[in-house]
Design a protein around this ligand. Sequence first.
Ligand code: GDP
Ligand code: MG
Length: 175
Amino acid sequence: MLQFKLVLLGDSSVGKSSIVHRFVKDSFDEFRESTIGAAFLSQTIKLENEPDVTIKFEIWDTAGQERYKSLAPMYYRNANAALVVYDVTQADSLAKARSWVEELKSKVSDKDLVICLVGNKVDLCEDGSEPKAVEKEDAESYAAEHGLLFHEVSAKSGSGVSAVFQQIGSKLYAQ
Ligand code: GDP
Ligand code: MG
């Protein structure tokens, strides 16, 4: 079994904790309380493309608020992977995600750090309740230019969530 540390970063309310809970507990809570400081959870998966490989993710779910920003380096410093999350219905949240990517690139010396850009809440656009503020192609090309993995997901429906961790796991295993 391989063990990797993964950190979640992104603006508050983009759905970081909801993504982690979908992945770890396969559930969604409409009225989740916002994270204070950071929360630790873990989950073990088998790689779909390498069924003999089991990967344990040790996950640090950070709070997005400005007042906790100084704590973030403590969590990303030793991370093997980072999920940088934005909300596809909030253009500002992508700008915030980009600033996290820049911070990771300038502060983390580990060249093997796997960064995955994740656009959450796609269910809101699919059911027509919110317009899409960030086009998939735009976020995808930003990710490609910066060497990031990229996924669109919904923590609410669960769509795309396991693919994020499968792809990160495969990449960490391969390198
Ligand atoms: P965090 O601050 O980034 O950890 O965000 P939370 O996980 O606490 O979620 C913030 C709010 O967005 C909560 O009210 C969630 O129920 C809601 N939310 C999170 N993910 C989704 C999603 O995929 N779809 C929808 N419709 N709402 C979501
Ligand atoms: Mg949270």
